[in-house]
Design a binder for this molecule. Structure first.
Ligand code: SF4
Length: 409
């Protein structure tokens, strides 16, 4: 039996298509409507809320997905949307209803990215945490738990993504934090894959993680190793992917599409590798001039952005490509409707506990240990996304944008 077949046999994650997809899409809408009824006690308000969500998705100008991911009896539609059915999915939908009520101030965050450690053995050329890496830790385990508790107790948080540094370098605390947190939130870990052995994957699953997002920056292993500043990084990715899938965690991989990488040929080679590794999602991020890239001209050209856009729409929207992972390209959506960071849908907390609009727009708006979270969130919302404010819609100079994806498939 070839390795890929073995993995598929033990991996409870799979892509669903065809009639199964049609049924799930139908029941999903029923569930969202039901959450609306529970919330408003009024079918007209619930219908309007559902319609606003569908309109929102249409405004993103994406093709309808031709596949969903099924993992451990839950369905996943996007990297930032909790799996359904679950308490975290219901929490997320409730927040989406609120978000689309224009008369109300935005109370809820849907997703939080939280850097829990400064430790990292790698030297990635694009690292946005570069200036804080490998300094003494500032956040104790108590601080990590307090910050999570503060965010969860506000209500509405559907997902937390633990990052770093390399979050697996603080593994025991990562597990403790997930085990002691409320279960109304999906947990993901964003990792280089370095050191993600079978035992660690098992512990992540047991601690309640939904998925693992592994950074892979080239289809060529040697070039990935060069990008990551560590020989053997790619070999770890192969092992990590197998271990993640063996435990039935959802596997996502993330590409930083640099100027030298971005071509149609490379994107397809990357997609083939992602399929071979068994990823359910692939996220494409654009390089930003922050952290290790600060002061460098790393922005993609307009033509390169178009190459990725065309590839993204084609691979997600055509049934011919149904055996490939679901691709996400946040910059595409955000060019259409603006940024979802700055505590609109998500925000970023760094390894000092400082709150930012997103990992790429690092303007400290408060500290999550010393200051009330609500005040910090209001400050971030008032400042808004710095890039949105600077950008006029200029097709030749398109903004750089944070990692949030779309809802309503
Ligand atoms: S990008 Fe992540 S893995 Fe790479 S150096 Fe930075 S913290 Fe480490």
């Amino acid at each position: 039996m070839v390795e890929q077949e073995k993995i598929q046999q033990i991996n409870p994650s799979r892509l669903i298509t065809g009639m199964e997809l049609v049924f799930i899409r139908f029941f999903l809408k029923i569930r969202i409507f039901y959450i609306g009824i529970k919330k408003y006690k009024n079918p007209i308000k619930a219908s309007l809320g559902l319609k606003r969500m569908i309109d929102f998705r249409r405004a993103l100008n994406v093709t309808k997905l031709t596949r969903f991911v099924k993992s451990n009896n839950r369905y996943f539609f996007g990297l930032n949307v909790p799996g359904w059915p679950s308490e975290s999915f219901d929490t997320f939908v409730d927040s989406m209803f609120e978000r689309h009520e224009s008369e109300k101030p935005k109370q809820h965050l849907l997703s939080l990215m939280f850097a829990i450690t400064k430790k990292c053995p790698l030297k990635c050329e694009h690292c946005f945490e570069w200036d804080r890496l490998n300094q003494p830790e500032r956040l104790s385990l108590d601080d990590l738990q307090m910050i999570i508790q503060k965010f969860q107790s506000r209500g509405g948080l559907g997902q937390i993504q633990f990052s770093g540094g390399e979050p697996l370098q603080r593994f025991d605390d990562l597990i403790t934090v997930a085990k002691t947190a409320m279960k109304s939130t999906d947990f993901w870990v964003i990792t280089s894959g370095y050191g993600l052995n079978e035992d660690k994957a098992k512990q992540l699953k047991e601690a309640g993680f939904s998925g693992v997002n592994i950074s892979l920056d080239h289809w060529d292993g040697d070039r990935h190793d060069t990008f990551r500043g560590m020989p053997g990084s790619y070999a770890w990715i192969e092992k990590a992917c197998t271990n993640v899938k063996s435990e039935g965690l959802v596997l996502a991989i993330t590409l930083c599409a640099t100027k030298t990488f971005t071509s149609e040929k490379n994107l397809w080679k990357y997609a083939d590798l992602a399929k071979k590794l068994g990823a359910s999602f692939v996220q494409i991020l654009e390089p930003k001039a922050v952290g290790h890239y600060a002061g460098k001209n790393v922005d993609l050209s307009y033509d390169q952005q178009l190459i990725i856009e065309n590839f993204f729409l084609k691979i997600n929207g055509k049934e011919t490509f149904n055996d490939y992972p679901i691709f996400q390209y946040p910059a595409y959506h955000q060019r259409k409707v603006g940024c979802f960071g700055a505590a609109d849908m998500y925000m970023y907390v760094d390894s000092n506990g400082n709150a930012h609009a997103c990992p790429f727009c690092q303007t400290v708006s408060g500290n999550c240990i010393n200051e009330p979270i609500d005040n910090t969130i209001v400050k971030i919302q008032e400042k808004g996304c710095p890039r949105n404010q600077n950008d006029t819609v200029n097709e030749n100079e398109i903004s750089s944008l944070g990692p949030f994806n779309y809802f309503i498939t």
